[in-house]
Write a protein that binds this ligand. Structure first.
Ligand SMILES: [Zn+2]
Length: 66
C-alpha cells in the first residue's frame, strides 16, 4: 500500500499517477493531491481536474474506464 509521505493517506492509482506525471516519473515517495495542492498553493480541486485531464488524454498512469 502506497501512502502520502506527509499525511499518510492511502493513495489510489490516480493519485500516484498524478504525482508521477507532475513531479517525477521516477518518484519513489508520493504526496496525496491535498498535500500537493498545499505545497503548490493551489486549490485541491485543481488536482482533481488535472487527474481528469490526464485520464481523458488516455494516459496509462490513470485508471481508464472501460
Ligand atoms: Zn497527504
Amino acid at each position: 500500500m502506497v501512502r502520502c509521505e506527509k499525511c499518510e493517506k492511502e493513495l489510489t492509482r490516480d493519485e500516484i499517477g498524478l504525482y508521477l506525471k507532475t513531479v517525477s516519473r521516477r518518484a519513489e515517495t508520493f504526496l496525496c493531491p491535498a498535500c500537493l495542492a498545499e505545497k503548490w498553493n493551489v486549490p485541491e480541486s485543481d488536482m482533481r481536474d488535472m487527474i481528469e485531464r490526464f485520464r481523458r488524454a488516455g494516459c496509462t498512469l490513470f485508471e481508464q474506464k472501460e
